[in-house]
Design a binder for this molecule. Structure first.
Ligand code: NAD
Ligand code: TYD
Length: 354
């Protein structure tokens, strides 16, 4: 078991990062957490309102590509761990503008690796550079099979190829320079504070507002959904107990076709809003498919379960019901993050897909 005094979390104002910051502060009562986030459209300090006055928490606004800033932060806070989540994360945006993904996901990761390497040269004690990655690096599955940690990389979108590149860099810094690293590759997350460009919050919002529900292609693509708080718990366990240099796949053993999931969301939202059951089905609209749309993702999470004892803590039924309730009760959050530039994004992306 490793122990850390000060952890640099990158991307802590985003969806998963905000849950990770909260988890580390509550599970590790002696650890300081510094959250470095550029506050792009996906980063929102509202996501961390409940911890902002915690004396062990500090927020720094900045870009992971800013080497001088990161070097200064390492000197000021003497980090003994980095939990690296900052990334451009949305596949559709990567198709529109790949360069931003290469810059943040590849060059940003290299900048952090260099900073950790020089700060930790000749140091003693526990150190860990933890890189958070995605199952999308493994490519697209057919109807059968699961991604294991040994599945060859086969990324197919600008997003997944930029994440795959960053995974390779992390392993290269480990093998070449001896940097103590761990990597995890997780399936699709869902839960509170997810930016509503992703499937589940987008659909909840549109069902609530009685707007069209855009299903790409024929809706039979499959994703393996994991509750974000279970991902945050897995990250906490891997950071403290994962073997150095090792990779862990994290997933929910919970595969859904997109169309089935949208039907389930319709059922839950209609019920919560006391509408006639299924009345929002009429909003379903099949739109032009995503370019290069990966057919299926599904994770074999047996390594993390057998080696570290982690498994999901709740069922999808419980998690999805809690998630729908959270978005409906936090309409202000949903409305504030979707005002302004998001509306332009939505009109551009979905205006194109008719
Ligand atoms: P997100 O888009 O919600 O959050 C990303 C955060 O990174 C935002 O707060 C943003 O402001 C920040 N950021 C972006 N560029 C930055 C830069 N150059 N410098 C500093 N901060 C920057 O993403 P998420 O869904 O929370 O994903 C977090 C990580 O987990 C990513 O690395 C992603 O690849 C990975 N991941 C996500 C999922 C998922 O289902 N969401 C699944 C597996 C892995
Ligand atoms: P998304 O949430 O973007 O995650 P990812 O592409 O990283 O898996 O999309 C999940 C699935 O839902 C994916 O198969 C694409 C599909 N999808 C739609 O059908 N309509 C939408 O409006 C969105 C955002 C996604």
């Amino acid at each position: 078991m490793r122990n850390f005094n000060a952890i640099l979390v990158t991307g802590g104002a985003g969806f998963i990062g905000s849950h990770v910051v909260r988890k580390l502060l509550s599970n590790r009562p002696k650890t300081k957490v510094v959250n470095l986030d550029a506050l792009t459209y996906a980063g929102n300090l509202e996501n961390l309102r409940d911890v902002e006055s915690n004396p062990r928490y500090t927020f720094v606004k900045g870009d992971i590509q800013d080497a001088a800033l990161i070097e200064r932060l390492f000197v000021e806070y003497t980090f003994d761990a980095v939990v690296h989540l900052a990334a451009e994360s949305h596949v559709d945006r990567s198709i529109e503008n790949p360069m931003a993904f290469l810059e943040t996901n590849i060059l940003g990761t290299a900048t952090l690796l260099n900073a950790a390497r020089s700060a930790w040269a000749n140091s003693t004690g526990d150190r860990c550079f933890y890189h958070i990655s995605t199952d999308e690096v493994y490519g697209s599955l057919g109807a059968k099979g699961l991604f294991t940690e040994e599945t060859p990389y086969d990324p197919r979108s600008p997003y997944s190829s930029s994440k795959a590149s960053s995974d390779h860099l992390v392993r290269a810094w480990h093998h070449t320079y001896g940097l103590p690293v761990v990597i995890s590759n997780c399936s699709n997350n869902y839960g509170a504070y997810q930016f509503p460009e992703k499937l589940i919050p987008l659909m909840i919002r549109n069902i609530r507002d009685e707007r069209p529900l855009p299903i790409y292609g024929d809706g039979i693509n499959v994703r393996d959904w994991l509750w974000v708080e279970d991902h945050a718990s897995a990250i906490d366990v891997i950071l403290h107990e994962g073997a150095e240099g090792r990779t862990y796949n994290i997933g929910g053993l919970n595969e859904w076709k997109n169309i089935d999931l949208v039907h389930e969301l319709i059922r839950l939202v209609d019920m919560a809003l006391k509408r006639t059951e299924g009345s929002s089905r009429k909003l379903i609209t099949f739109v032009k498919d995503r370019a290069g749309h990966d057919f299926r993702y599904a994770i074999d999470a047996s390594r993390i379960e057998s080696e570290l004892g982690w498994k999901p803590s709740i069922t999808f039924e419980q998690g999805l019901a809690a998630t729908v309730e959270w978005y409906l009760n936090n309409g202000e959050w949903l409305d504030s993050v979707t005002s302004g530039t998001y509306q332009q994004y939505y009109d551009t992306m979905y205006g194109n897909r008719g």
